[in-house]
Design a protein around this ligand. Structure first.
Ligand SMILES: [Zn+2]
Length: 201
């Protein structure tokens, strides 16, 4: 799934804060947006392993959620929403595609690394690959609840994120050729730093 879909999933869940603590909703949405993106910062360093914890984020997210309920404030709500969105992201990656350069070919058996079990989890491909049409559609649907409760700046951010998702989905299948072209310019001494999936044939 696209990083933007994960961000939108995070804000979709965080929009529930509007029911219990409407004054914290923008803090919740902003923190969930960042938390939903956060695991994918490992894109160039052990992608879907270094910052993806499909098991270990959850206890911290639930503890932070409990703290935010008993002591509601911007800091506790932000922490809970950040962790919840990161946990959700790591778990959701199982339902997407694998790690290959052309994930629509479905050749990879690696969806996300499970540190608890000490092995890679297999991709379920409910969303076939990141940037698939159903990925963009899912993001657009997830954007509806937060758009109803967000303040103006966040509404813009969420709307722009949906547009970005749709735009990426439209060009997604051209990305590998562009990536391979760019990798061709990397000096030979540097190629060891290029992630393996970017140089496959
Ligand atoms: Zn991810």
């Amino acid at each position: 799934m696209m990083a933007t879909t994960h961000a939108l999933a995070g804000v979709a869940v965080a929009s529930l804060v509007a029911l219990g603590a409407p004054e914290q909703v923008d803090v919740a949405l902003a923190a969930a947006f960042v938390g939903g993106l956060f695991p994918d910062l490992d894109l160039y360093a052990g992608h879907r392993k270094t910052l993806h914890f499909p098991v270990y984020y959850w206890p911290f997210a639930l503890a932070a959620g409990a703290l935010a309920i008993v002591s509601t404030g911007p800091a506790t709500v932000a922490l809970a929403c950040f962790l919840l969105a990161a946990a959700l992201h790591s778990t959701m990656d199982v339902f997407g595609g694998g790690l290959e350069l052309r994930p629509w070919l479905a050749t990879s058996e690696r969806a996300v690394y499970d540190h608890f079990a000490g092995r890679w989890r297999r991709p379920r491909r409910w969303v076939r690959y990141d940037g698939a049409p159903e990925d963009a559609l899912l993001g657009a649907l997830l954007a509806v609840p937060p758009l109803l409760v967000a303040g103006a700046p966040l509404r813009w951010l969420i709307g722009a994120t949906v547009c970005l998702s749709v735009g990426y989905a439209l060009v997604r299948r051209r990305v590998p050729a562009v990536t391979e072209h760019l990798v061709g310019f990397v000096p030979a001494t540097m190629t060891e730093y290029v992630p393996e999936r970017f140089v496959e044939g």
